[in-house]
Design a protein around this ligand. Sequence first.
Ligand code: ADE
Ligand code: ZN
Length: 337
Amino acid sequence: MNAALIDVATRMPKAELHIHIEGSLEPELIFALAQRNGLTLAYPSIAALRAAYAFTDLQSFLDIYYAGASVLLTEQDFYDMTWAYLERAHADHVLHAELFFDPQTHTARGVAFAMVVDGIHRALADAHQKWGMTGGLIMCFLRHLSEEEAFATLEQALPYREKIIGIGLDSSERGHPPEKFARVFARCHELGFHLVAHAGEEGPPAYITTALDLLHVERIDHGVRCIDDPLLMQRLAREKMPLTVCPLSNIKLCVFEKMSQHNLLTLLDAGLMITINSDDPAYFGGYLNDNFVAIIEALPLQRQHLQQLARNSFSAAFMDEGIRQKYLHQVDAFFAA
Ligand code: ADE
Ligand code: ZN
C-alpha cells in the first residue's frame, strides 16, 4: 500500500513554495566552489562537513548554513547552485518552484546584490526554457538583523524589482517577532510584492497571529505551532491561509521528535491549507519527494490527501490564475487516470 502511495506522490505534479536556495548547496558543491574560488573551509573533507549536520535546534543549523553559503562569490556560483536544485526538482515532478534567497548573507561579505539575483534568476529562466518550469524569487530579510538593515536591503533590491516576486522573513525566530519588521513589510506591500514570513516553526503561535495582523502576509512558512492555539487553527482554516510545512526539516531541527509525531495530517484533516516542502534539502536529508516518502511511511496518509497536497501547492502559489487553473487540471487529470 505504501509503495503504491509513494509511487503516486513521487510522480504527481507539484509545486515547491518553501526552499531556501542556499539550503540546497550540497557538501560536494560547497567543496567544489571553495576550490574554484581559492577558499579554505573549516572542515577537512566532504565527509567531515556532512558529519557536522547533527542539529539540536534552528540556531545550531543556521550557524552551519551561513558558513556553507560563504563559498558563493560569483554570478556563476549562484547559477550553478540554483541549477543543481532545479534539476533535482524537475526529477521530482516539480512544475513550479518559488525560491527563497538571503541577500544579506552575501552582501555582508562584499558580494554584489546583482551577482546573487542575476545568477539565481538566470537558472530559473533556463528551467523555464528547457522544461516549461515556472517560478519566482522571494527575497528574505534576516530577522536577527535590524529593520533598518532590512530597509537598506530593500533599497538595493529596487533596481531588480522585476526579478523578485515576493518578500519573506527568515533566520532565528525566537526573540525576533514579526512586529520588528512591520514598517518594512508595509513598504514592501506598497511596492506590490507578495508577502510571506516564517512563523510558528520554533516560535509561539502568537508570532503567526502577528505575522497575519501586522505584516499582512499571504502565507505562513512552517506555522506548525498553531496546534497550541485552537482558535488560531480555526482562523487559519477559515481564511484558507497556506502553511508551507517542511516535514524533514522539522525532524532534523527537533521541532518534532519523530515523523510519526508530526501534526501535518491533523492540520490537513482540520481543513488547513497545508503544503509540503523541503526547506533546506541539502541539510535535512532530502528533496521534495523524499519529504513525501517520509510522511507516507510515518503517517496514515491516503490517496486523497496526496491529491489535496498537490492541489494546495498550486492553490497557494504566486502565479497567474490561468496558469494555476492549468496546473490544477493537470493534478486532477493525474489522479483521475
Ligand atoms: N533559513 C534557512 N532555513 C531556515 C529555517 N528553517 N527557518 C528559519 N530560517 C531559515
Ligand atoms: Zn525555511
